[in-house]
Design a binder for this molecule. Sequence first.
Ligand code: COA
Length: 175
Amino acid sequence: MTEALIRPARPDDAAALAVLGRQTFVDTFVEGFGIPYPADDLAAFLDKSFSVETISAKLAEPGAAWWVADRDGEILGFANTGPNTLPHPDARPSHAELRRLYIGRDAQGLGLGTKLLKLALDWMEAHTDGPLWVGVWSGNEKAQKLYAAYGFEKAGEYDYPVGAWNDHEFILRRG
Ligand SMILES: CC(C)(COP(=O)(O)OP(=O)(O)OC[C@H]1O[C@@H](n2cnc3c(N)ncnc32)[C@H](O)[C@@H]1OP(=O)(O)O)[C@@H](O)C(=O)NCCC(=O)NCCS
């Protein structure tokens, strides 16, 4: 099997990123963790968050950066960063936030998440004037362990809306 190449995302990756993002959200949070989202809330959230229009706009967002793991033209995972949006009293938009780190189910455990995370963190350190931030679902211990291994510590908690449902999330900070 060819090794995946990590490269910056391009505008024409939007459709593949939308499909992968939607599928990975469902695999991880609905099927994996079994979060009981009301069906209508989940459908509205997925349609909005992972539409090609939304992803295209986020790829073009000023101050954002995206990378993908590409194996022979197939996108296996992605990371994206941008100006901080997390609600913490010390956090500013001039700080960098890791917005998403998603590896598709069949490509997990191969080191791609770590590679994308390292690249994103290096970029974030060069594009922040304060700490780095990431929000993570409170029950996602695998992701929390990975972030802890790269120096993130719990700094707060907040509710992330999925329609009328709220996911309880931790706010992690590095620096
Ligand atoms: C969390 C995630 C980004 C990790 O990326 P990955 O490519 O699967 O992980 P890696 O192969 O780089 O391994 C990272 C660490 O996780 C551990 N790990 C990998 N697969 C695992 C599994 N199935 N269960 C538990 N730990 C696992 C590895 O042992 C490694 O730790 P180590 O360095 O101490 O050995 C990825 O699994 C993912 O996208 N999951 C779904 C979405 C998600 O939860 N995103 C993060 C929060 S938004």
